[in-house]
Design a protein around this ligand. Structure first.
Ligand code: HEC
Length: 171
């Protein structure tokens, strides 16, 4: 046997073993993937529905008379927000709604802190003052006192608390 022939035999043997080894690995890998991917991933319901969702057509066109298969879209309405009870204190109401006139004397509004301007008004009694502040009052001043100072959003109690505060500051 020549040396070339010997080399060739050995070479073929090695190549053959390597090729067989490669095929064995390939077969093993395919078997493994069938066992795991097929059973556990591709057939899983979540996987299938996720794929269906991803490849869903972007939009569908219905012409008049077509059967519409999809369910009507459900409209989710946000729950009604709980009404926030914002009750302001007397001074807060005064600073927000009354000070524009009663801090400056605009339209001859009696200025808070001016005891002389308030004494006759205070003498009418709390009920009358409250009533005039809540419902409005057109007295001798050049402009009338608007109901709740024009702030219809205020509660009666808030206005009454503001009157108490204004009176206490003007005695
Ligand atoms: C747009 C200006 C204006 C605003 C704002 C205003 N007032 Fe007056 N207020 C007046 C005027 C003017 C008078 C005097 C009316 C008169 O005597 O004819 C008056 C009078 C009063 C009186 C005395 C009523 C009386 O019987 O003599 C009270 C109390 C009063 N206001 C409370 C308030 C309160 C409380 C607020 C805020 C919630 C307020 N006012 C906001 C203009 C205003």
């Amino acid at each position: 046997m020549s040396r070339d022939q010997k080399f060739f035999d050995m070479y073929s043997l090695v190549i053959g073993i390597l090729a067989a080894f490669a095929i064995a690995i390939l077969v093993l890998a395919m078997k493994m993937s069938d066992l795991t991917q097929g059973v556990y991933t591709r057939d899983a319901d979540e996987y299938q529905s996720a794929v269906a969702e991803r490849i869903r057509p972007f939009g569908e066109i219905y012409r008049p008379g077509d059967e519409i298969e999809t369910a009507a879209p459900t409209v989710e309405t946000a729950p009604e927000p709980e009404p926030v009870a914002t009750v302001m204190t007397g001074p807060q109401v005064y600073n927000a709604a009354c000070i524009a006139c009663h801090g400056t004397g605009a339209g001859e509004a009696p200025i808070v802190g001016d005891a002389a301007a308030w004494s006759a008004r205070i003498a009418q009694g709390t009920d009358v003052l409250n009533d005039h502040a809540v419902n409005g009052f057109d007295g001798d001043a050049i402009t009338p006192m608007l109901a709740k100072g024009g702030r219809a959003d205020l509660s009666d109690q808030e206005v009454i608390d503001a009157v108490a505060y204004m009176v206490s500051e003007s005695q």
